[in-house]
Ligand binder design. Structure first.
Ligand SMILES: C[S@@+](CC[C@H](N)C(=O)[O-])C[C@H]1O[C@@H](n2cnc3c(N)ncnc32)[C@H](O)[C@@H]1O
Length: 241
């Protein structure tokens, strides 16, 4: 489910967010959901008292190139999409904090979070990491949680895609569902999620995902190093002959 499908809901959450709080979106892609959040902020009287933060790696892979093409947008594989997203969203004239990061390594130090939108964390390791990073800053009675991949398991039939559902079910008294159609909850009770997160991470089924994550991380780092080295080797020598 993309940001355009729940546009009214995102807009309303941003419009009603308490002052001096932050809105966090995990998974911006081309900014459809971010745009709705920005519109909600624009409809407030105090537009500068709520900060909009969005996280993504903004690096187009093959499936994203294909998905964008269906909507008439040309991307290339490996393209850094942040410049075009930044440009598009600048038209909303709302300050947006863009965090170009691997979500497994994201950090948060910007105070209470009033709206948390997750449209990236489909699998347990990533989801657990996002919860560990952001949930300590949720405010009981206030924070609105939007889990856009809550029903992803219905599409794939895969148990690993049930992690968002299992999380909410396990902490039934921490969440009040406030929309019957979409997985939107109010965080109502201060809760320590760490035991559940640790147990979920330790599950044997997560070993493979963890290994894949570290391989991908090393590959990303070595690729950058390799490209650097190729660039330097290919550059004309500045030494006099
Ligand atoms: C479904 S798209 C988001 C769609 C967007 N919210 C919308 O409304 O159109 C998921 C996004 O999450 C990002 N993403 C997925 N896993 C990530 C990770 N581990 N670190 C950073 N970004 C990630 C992808 O790059 C992609 O842009």
């Amino acid at each position: 489910m993309g940001g355009t499908k729940i546009r009214a809901l995102l807009r309303e959450a941003a419009r009603n967010a308490p002052s001096n709080t932050a809105i966090v979106e995990c998974g911006c892609w081309l900014g459809a959901g971010t745009a709705q959040l920005a519109l909600g902020i624009r409809e407030r009287e105090d537009t500068l008292n709520v900060q909009l933060h969005t996280y993504d790696r903004w690096q187009a892979d093959k499936s994203e190139v294909e998905k964008a093409a269906k909507r008439g947008c040309h991307l290339s594989i490996g393209e850094d999409t942040l410049p075009r997203v930044r440009q598009t969203l600048s038209e909303f004239r709302v300050p947006i904090h863009f965090h170009k990061a691997e979500l497994m390594e994201a950090v948060w130090a910007d105070g209470p979070i009033s709206v948390f939108v997750d449209d990236a964390c489909k699998t347990p390791l990533l989801f657990c990491q996002a919860i560990e990073t952001f949930a300590p800053h949720w405010v009981p009675g206030q924070t609105i949680i939007v889990l856009m991949d809550f029903n992803f398991w219905k599409k794939t039939g895969s148990r690993k895609h049930e992690c968002q559902k299992r999380f909410v079910e396990c902490f039934g008294c921490a969440f009040e569902r406030i929309n019957s159609r979409v997985a939107v909850f109010r965080y109502v009770k201060q809760t320590d999620f760490m035991p559940w997160l640790n147990a979920t991470r330790r599950a044997p089924s997560e070993r493979f995902e963890r290994a894949m994550y570290y391989i991908a991380k090393v590959a990303r780092r070595s690729k950058a190093g390799l490209n650097n080295w190729i660039g330097q080797s290919a550059a004309p020598s500045s030494r006099p002959k």
